[in-house]
Write a new protein. Structure first.
Length: 291
């Protein structure tokens, strides 16, 4: 006979725990915060571009934030991307993009140029270095307010020269849950393709087309976000969320060689479904950013 512990219902006990490629993982009920699954949940790991979820959250947490505010793209942002070999929204020097457009550039193609632009705009200081440093300070302050006690940011985009840009699956699940609260960020994170006109330095219009690097969107039924990340030290990472009926689960995959199937398996475990076995991943167009 199958022994059922007092902490599990018979139905839950009958569902086998998923086998994952990830070194760290977490799944929780977004509404209640109750843990459904954890693997090395409190082990600190680098998180790559999932960092950008906090970048967006800090911008949107700014009192009186104006999403229509225009930001002029500096050549410095492009030079940074080139120097780091980073993912990019290919923002052109002199273009004047709104904050809303930059948030899409940040979250869909995982633009490190957009991350730099936002940190430079919403950080406080007299120099670019001071502004970006102060912005990262805001990221850490927000992490502390969310109870992310095992998290440290030293980067606005996840590119860390010191390795001191890390979190845990449990902490990042808190961030994912927080990100899902706001309608603006929730809408951006669930968008698979965004086409938008931006004013150039000459007053003309340039059309940008960005695709979401998160292949779980449009592949797993109910998927609504959140953000990919990939780095040499971090490996492939994913913050994800899915809603079916009145239930939303948020989850985290850190250093998972099969992150999308890992996420699908965890969501199946939560919803009691078998979607992962038949899921076909959405393909990205040639030339689209990968992250």
């Amino acid at each position: 006979m199958l022994a059922v512990t007092p902490l599990m219902s018979p139905a839950e006990a009958a569902v086998p725990l998923p086998t994952l490629s990830a070194k760290g993982a977490f799944l929780q009920d977004r509404a209640t915060g109750v843990k459904k699954y954890g693997k090395s949940a409190d082990i600190k790991r680098q998180m790559a571009s999932t960092t950008k979820v906090m970048t967006a959250a800090v911008v949107l947490n700014t009192p009186g934030v104006d999403l229509s505010r225009k930001v002029t793209i500096s050549q410095t942002y492009r030079d940074y991307v080139t120097a780091k070999g980073a993912s990019t929204a290919d923002l052109k020097t002199g273009d004047k993009a709104t904050v809303r457009q930059l948030l899409h550039a940040l979250m869909l193609p995982s633009g490190c140029d957009a991350a730099y632009a936002l940190a430079d705009t919403y950080g406080v200081g007299t120099t670019r270095a001071a502004r970006t440093k102060q912005f990262i300070g805001q990221m850490n302050k927000k992490a502390a307010s969310l109870g992310m006690t095992n998290t440290l940011f030293d980067s606005f985009d996840g590119i860390s020269s010191t390795g001191n840009n890390y979190s845990t699956p449990r902490d990042l699940a808190q961030l994912a849950s927080y990100a899902m609260r706001g309608s603006t960020l929730r809408g951006i994170m669930s968008t698979t393709k965004y086409v938008t006109p931006v004013t150039t330095s000459t007053g003309a219009l340039r059309t940008y087309t960005w695709y979401n690097t998160n292949k779980l969107l449009g592949s797993y039924s109910g998927a609504v976000g959140i953000k990919t990340g990939t780095g040499t030290a971090a490996g492939p990472c994913l913050l994800f969320a899915a809603t079916r009926g009145d239930k939303t689960y948020v989850g985290v995959i850190l250093n998972g060689t099969d992150r999308y199937n890992d996420a699908a398996k965890l969501l199946d475990y939560g919803f009691g479904s078998a979607t992962a076995s038949t899921m076909k991943l959405r393909t990205l167009p040639q030339g689209a950013q990968r992250d």
